[in-house]
Design a binder for this molecule. Sequence first.
Ligand code: SF4
Length: 342
Amino acid sequence: MTKPDIRDFTRQELAGAITALGEKGTKADRVFNCLHKKGVATFEAMSGVRPELVKKLQDKYSLAAFPKVEKLVSKLDGTIKLLLTFPDGARAESVILFNKNTVSACISSQVGCACGCTFCATGALGLKRDLKPAEIIAQFVACRREAGKPIDSVVFMGMGEPFLNWAKVKKAIMILSDNKGHNFPQSSITVSTVGVVPVIRELADSHMGVRLAVSLITADEAQRAELAPMSRKYDLRQVIGAARYYGDRTKKSVFFEYIFFDGLNDSPEYAQKLLALIKDLNCKVNLIMYNPGPAAAPYTPGRIEKAKEFQKILVEAGIRTHLRREKGSDIAAACGQLAAGA
Ligand code: SF4
């Protein structure tokens, strides 16, 4: 039987596991610190932990080997894409984005994705498997190392739908933000969903400090059903309702992502449709150009003049917006392009 990986445990779970081994649960702090702050690769490397406890942990638990990391750097803007290969051969990608004064790590939550968005290279892969907490944290660690400077924000916008692997993503966030480990603030973490309504509501009712981004993609129901088949399960009315609930419960603004496809959803009429959905919400809209991926999708990126016209309509209605310049497109690191080398 495979032994559970001890890096997947929150500090609280670790305390429970150590107590079950007949030791004091307070020793979890030291073990957790060795695993996540010092980043030890083996049980033997845990300094300051009694050898008897190390032996007991080793008998019952495992420590997976760190993933192999390959790196690509964009010649256009310095964006870095990391391809991580885990011990079982599963592969996931992470992206390091250098903004004017900050650095963001875009992290994957799954290997592939079950949502099947027709414009997305990850969606074309289908779902291979969920990523475990330790594998999500390994991406953060690799991004921090390769960035060469501190990471200011983490966004779950890489491969996968985080809310379809929420238990493990949530655990990874608890571990990342633990002050005995990486101590990375939850308020600097954004989780992006294509609209898994029950989990948006669950997040709203939790005490987690992470930010919510909802990938609306477009403002037309039928078009959205074509672009993001999962939206047939949760329609726009339900998604906007859940986003409103999140805003009311947490008093935080919601980020919406809208993707421009040339001639499809970039007209002033669509800006009005979007406004009708969100005008009374505390929100900010990220406007993104479609990025052609390796999958042969029948779409063309939106045009900047039309995007600006669209943006103006939102701004005049009092909506905060950001027209995003995509980064790393020459290394297939932009939104919708991640395919883990497939
Ligand atoms: S856009 Fe996001 S939710 Fe849709 S297939 Fe791609 S990774 Fe999955």
